[in-house]
Design a protein around this ligand. Structure first.
Ligand code: ATP
Length: 235
């Protein structure tokens, strides 16, 4: 059984049909990426899986349970965590407080234990634990958003454009962290406009085009596909 199985999802914003019959799966232990141009529907798909949006039709099965009408604050307790587009860290709160917010489904002792794991993974956050998040650089804010998502100890970590707005060296660092989290046992669903990077770390990929899945397959195969190369890899 797939960890996440999305079937025939249709999502609307008013009359705009943003997601059209989208189906995909994530198996436990995989990194799966959704790639596509601006406005293709990647964020809408992720937000629907997380329970921030309700689909007009279709199902989101997670660990065998139908969650498409379960709101986001309950999907976290089921083992999903979303690291949203634009990071959305609480700028006026400290680094530590931001991390604690990610543990709202867990006991204080569990949160304390996980915070030290997160600090081991992100030593730069440890150094800045008392500093307000608004004073962090873009890359550090991205690490904080990922650390906050890890605080619920998710079985599925969903990352929306983690590389957005970061200098190339930081993009590499963020992708290395995603690989490390994956090697430590986290299943990852990654949304990216940086298709080259995303395909280089993913097991499988789905290409979204104007709200539909246009291609799917092994990430390595798609990285060599002529259509993918022309449309998303700059040649
Ligand atoms: P990006 O990388 O730019 O975020 P995306 O692939 O994540 O692109 P979405 O943000 O999911 O795409 O947008 C899918 C479609 O839905 C687009 O046509 C977009 O204009 C539309 N859309 C997104 N959010 C809203 C909204 N709140 N209200 C109306 N339309 C929206």
């Amino acid at each position: 059984m797939a960890l996440l199985k999305v079937t025939d999802l249709n999502v609307y914003y008013g009359n705009i049909h943003a997601i059209k019959d989208v189906s995909f799966e994530v198996e436990e232990g995989e990194i799966v990426t959704l790639i596509g141009a601006n406005g293709a529907g990647k964020t809408t798909t992720l937000n629907t899986v997380a329970g921030l949006l309700t689909p007009r039709s279709g199902t989101v099965e997670f660990k065998g349970e139908e969650l498409s009408r379960v709101p986001a604050h309950h999907t976290v307790g089921r083992g999903m965590a979303l690291c949203p587009e634009g990071r959305r860290v609480f700028l006026n709160m400290s680094v530590r407080e931001n991390l604690e917010m990610g543990a709202f489904t867990r006991s204080d002792s569990e949160a304390r234990e996980t915070i030290s794991t997160v600090f081991d993974r992100f030593p730069r956050l440890k150094e800045r634990e008392g500093q307000s998040a608004g004073t962090l650089s873009g890359g550090e804010q991205q690490m904080l958003a990922m650390g906050r998502a890890m605080m619920s100890r998710p079985s599925l970590l969903m990352l929306d454009e983690p590389s957005m707005g970061l200098a190339p060296i930081l993009v590499d660092e963020i992708f290395d962290i995603v690989k490390e989290l994956h090697e430590a046992g986290t299943t990852v669903l990654l949304v990216e406009q940086n298709a080259a990077k995303a395909l280089s770390i993913a097991d499988r990929a789905y290409v979204l085009e104007t709200g539909r899945v246009s291609m799917a397959g092994d990430a390595a195969d798609l990285a060599h596909d002529d259509r993918v190369r022309k449309a998303y890899l700059g040649g």
